[in-house]
Ligand binder design. Structure first.
Ligand SMILES: *Cc1c(COP(=O)(O)O)cnc(C)c1O
Length: 378
């Protein structure tokens, strides 16, 4: 373990990551490979260690990222893996896509033409189909019409090499009948498009549509890849649905008590005087704040584990510090390590739970842990 400043830090367990990968491998059919989604610095967990562990120790061969910078980073860690850029790359960088042997998600004929024009070498691509997410991709009323456009791209744009088609689900993390049939229709559209291409003599190596939620709740052996993101990190696609047994959060977020004091009835805590003590209380100050990604929306709401007991934040979360009520934890003292995300003494606060305290999702919590917070790998 490298020395690091014990102020606010995140501990990432690569053992738990490996455990999650084995759970996901068991969920998938033998013909489906994991495409590890490591965009946004591996959902805030740190792409270098995560990617190296996935590639070198778990045998993962496919990675997905959001942009060219992330793709080049993964390429530098792993010369041999397949890397798909899910998001936009400005066409003027097309030559770099080719140079680094990266696969670009292509969202329209116009975009394919622009990429082709800007690269001396062929650009590998997977064509994105918008089957209901409404974000990016070819949009058609029928799989036949969709296949027409794909055929035209393959036949007319010589400088792209189409290796697959894919789509993204909007509500695979919901168990309402309406949403399930919505996802059924999305899935049918992409598979019918693929089959239509096959019937025209085009058999692409890849068709993929599973994200984490689909991987957990509606695994389909026809998806050649499962684009697993959030479940790699052990969090829920949606807090209301349980995730398969064995998936565990891999990150804990910790900080230190810097100061403990007794306040009296009428004393105020933090900016804005939003909290006034209604009795004598023990208040501890903690070395983490919104500049670390611990949201200010957790002011007077968030809970922190101190010696295994939950303590409530009092007053506003500051940039680098916050205060909490440790009246029920008499042993709390300056220098003690406390847990914002993680387990202590039988209790645990997950990123998903923290997210629900202020109306967001675990994804945003882990992605939001800022650069200033060192990631420690254990
Ligand atoms: C982010 C993303 C994923 C991964 O989503 P999770 O819910 O984290 O599994 C998969 N596919 C696409 C296109 C994405 O943008």
């Amino acid at each position: 373990m490298k020395p690091y400043l014990k102020r606010a830090w995140a501990e990432v367990s690569l053992e738990k990551l490996k455990g999650n990968v084995s759970v996901i491998k068991k969920l998938n059919s033998p013909g489906t490979e994991i495409m590890a989604v490591v965009k946004a610095d591996a959902y805030g967990h740190g792409d270098e260690h995560i990617v190296r562990c996935l590639a070198d120790e778990c045998g993962i061969k496919y990675f997905a990222v959001s942009n060219l910078d992330e793709a080049i980073a993964v390429r530098n860690f792993c010369p041999d893996v397949q890397i798909l850029i899910l998001g936009y790359t400005p066409p003027e960088y097309a030559h770099e896509i080719a140079m680094y042997n990266i696969i670009q998600g292509v969202v329209s004929t116009e975009y394919a033409l622009a990429l082709a024009k800007n690269s001396p070498q062929p650009i590998r691509c997977h064509i994105k189909i918008d089957t209901g997410m409404g974000r990016i991709g070819l949009k058609h009323d029928s799989p036949k019409a969709c296949a027409d456009e794909i055929c035209d791209m393959i036949n007319n744009i010589k400088n792209i090499s189409v290796e697959g088609i894919y789509t993204h689900f909007a509500v695979a993390d919901s168990d309402s009948p309406d949403n399930i049939s919505y996802t059924d229709r999305q899935e049918k559209f992409i598979l019918d498009t693929y089959d239509e291409l096959v019937s025209r003599g085009i058999k692409l190596p890849h068709v993929h549509f599973m994200n984490s939620a689909a991987t957990c709740y509606r695994n389909n052996s026809r998806s050649t890849l499962s684009r697993a993101g959030i479940i790699l990190y052990g969090l829920h696609p949606d807090i209301s649905l349980p995730i398969p047994e064995g998936l565990e959060p891999i990150m804990e977020l910790k900080a230190v008590i810097s100061h403990v004091k007794t306040v009296h009835k009428g004393d105020c805590i933090s900016y804005g005087r939003t909290f006034t003590a209604d009795r004598d209380m023990r208040i501890a100050t903690v070395t983490i704040g919104y500049a670390d990604g611990y949201s200010r929306l957790l002011s007077s709401k968030g809970e922190i584990l101190v010696h295994g007991k939950r303590c409530r934040i009092v007053g506003r979360v500051c940039m680098d510090q916050l205060m909490m009520d440790v009246s029920d934890v008499p042993e709390a003292a300056s220098g003690d390590i406390v847990t914002m995300i993680g387990s202590e003494g039988g209790d645990s606060i997950t990123a998903d739970e923290l997210a629900s305290m202020y109306g967001t999702i675990g994804y945003e919590v882990v992605c939001g842990i800022s650069k200033r917070v060192p990631r420690i790998y254990i």
